[in-house]
Each structure stands twice: as structure tokens, then as C-alpha cells.
Design a protein around this ligand. Structure first.
Ligand code: 13P
Length: 268
């Protein structure tokens, strides 16, 4: 296996979505969402599952603008594992579900780094998300020193196993995992080479391929590297920050993913 051929079953859609992180006012959120709705064609949706993860304040507005029949899934960037209680400043899975979210992002490296989100906490959040019938979008990824030590795969498998501990096979089928190496994310990140992704995705694929909904890649995805990244074995979609905050960038990424699915279907 060269690690670079089409990796997931052709019937599974490619998940292509964006987290806005701590960006966009309500007005900006509405503007982006309206432009998305106006430009989503069946061509773009061919084999692609779009999703958007706004700030808490915009979830409800985005859900309402998209409408009930929209193919676009909406998520929350975080949620507490308890349904309610004295947890000032927190928002529960129950509450984000009530606002219309269908996905809960869990364990992004920015939350692990700045808000002390541990593997034990990610496990509680995954369980709460599953309990409410939503899709956990579990983010895993190693820091640069772990990569340099050649320990990326062991590190991310540890994060995934810890977070998914206790789920049965039926529950695992609802989980999406995004591999987002910390050295690749954000303004100080760098695009990985496709070769750098082969080891981690082979490790994730060996353990989770066919058992979870999808394995995504995230970190410095852009219009130049998206197609190459989608060709890495086991990559079943892209989780995007900066490139997709501008609606044109997101629409172009959806186009690239749809074209990739069409060429895969044709056996190219
Ligand atoms: P960038 O695409 O801006 O590097 O961010 C990726 C990310 O963190 C998605 O969760």
C-alpha cells in the first residue's frame, strides 16, 4: 500500500466543514449562511456532507436561516457534559441541541491547551453528546515535539481511545474523528506534506476505519492543498478554519471535494 490511493468506501460522503472559532458577529454569521444557501448546488453536494460550527451565539440564527430541509449540518464548538446545573459560563449538550445543533466539537487542541480540557473531560463530553443523539466531532492531534520524536500515532491513538472509552460499536458509528496536528493549525501552523499524514492516518484507519462515521483532516487546509489531502488513505473529509471563514473559500472547498468524489466514482 502506498498510502496515497482513495481510502474510504465510495458510498461514504466526504465531510467538509468549518469551525468559525471565536469569529463573526450575528450579522456576519447571517451573511455567510445566506451566501451558502444561495450557492449550494446539487453539483457541490454530490457526495459531500457540508457542516458549519459557529459560535454559540449564532447557532440558532444559522439553523433557522438554513431551514429544516438544509443538507448542511450545524454544530457547537463545545458543550458541557451535564444537562443543567451550577456551571456558570458553560453551555450543555442539551442546550446546543435545543438551539438546533446536530454536531458537538470536542477536544480541539485550542481547548486542550487554553482551557485544560483533558482526555477524561473529552470522554465525558463524547458520552453526553451520544446520549442526546448528536454527533461528537472529536479532535485529536499532537504537538510538534511529539511529531519530532516520531510518536504522533501513539499519541493520537491514546487521545482517541481515551475519549471514546465506554462506547459500544453502535455508538461509535455516530462519531466523527478529526486529526488536527497542533503544528499545522492556525496562523503559526504549516501545511503538512501528504507523506507526513500517511503514518497517523494509517494508524487511525487500522483502528477506526469502518467503525466511525468519518476520519477528517484539519490544519492549514487551503485551496491549493485540499485535493492532495483528500487523496491520503483514510481521509474522509476536511475540517477547515481560516480558508472557509470567507464564504467563497468554503464554496470552492466544497467544489474541490465534489470533484474529488466524481473522479473517484469514475475510477480516476
Ligand atoms: P486552520 O484551517 O485555520 O488552520 O484551522 C483548523 C482548525 O483548527 C479547525 O478546527
Amino acid at each position: 500500500m502506498n498510502g496515497m490511493s482513495a481510502g474510504v468506501s465510495s458510498v461514504e460522503p466526504l465531510w467538509v466543514g468549518t469551525s468559525w472559532k471565536m469569529n463573526k458577529t450575528l450579522g456576519q454569521s447571517r451573511e455567510w449562511t445566506t451566501a451558502l444557501s444561495e450557492n449550494l448546488s446539487s453539483n457541490i453536494l454530490d457526495g459531500v456532507q457540508p457542516f458549519v460550527v459557529p459560535s454559540f451565539t449564532a447557532i440558532s440564527a444559522v439553523v433557522q436561516l438554513l431551514g429544516e430541509r438544509s443538507p448542511v449540518l450545524v454544530g457547537a464548538q463545545n458543550a458541557h457534559w451535564e444537562d443543567s446545573g451550577a456551571w456558570t459560563g458553560e453551555v450543555s449538550v442539551l442546550q446546543v441541541k435545543d438551539a438546533g445543533a446536530r454536531i458537538v466539537e470536542i477536544g480541539h487542541s485550542e481547548r486542550r491547551e487554553h482551557f485544560h480540557e483533558t482526555t477524561a473531560i473529552t470522554c465525558l463530553k463524547v458520552a453526553a453528546t451520544i446520549r442526546h443523539g448528536l454527533t461528537p466531532l472529536l479532535c485529536i492531534g499532537e504537538p510538534a515535539d511529539i511529531r519530532e520524536a516520531g510518536e504522533s500515532s501513539a499519541y493520537i491513538l491514546g487521545q482517541a481511545r481515551g475519549a471514546l472509552d465506554g462506547l459500544n460499536e453502535e455508538q461509535l458509528k455516530d462519531v466523527v474523528i478529526a486529526y488536527e496536528p497542533m503544528w499545522a493549525i492556525g496562523d503559526n501552523g504549516r501545511s503538512p506534506t501528504t507523506e507526513e499524514l500517511v503514518g497517523p492516518f494509517d494508524a487511525l484507519g487500522a483502528e477506526y476505519s469502518g467503525r466511525v462515521k468519518a476520519l477528517l483532516y484539519g490544519g492549514s487546509v487551503n485551496l491549493n492543498n485540499a485535493e492532495h489531502l483528500l487523496k491520503v488513505d483514510h481521509v474522509g473529509g476536511l475540517f477547515v478554519g481560516r480558508t472557509a471563514w470567507d464564504i467563497d473559500g468554503y464554496l470552492q472547498l466544497l467544489d474541490i471535494a465534489a470533484a474529488h468524489m466524481r473522479s473517484r466514482a469514475q475510477g480516476a
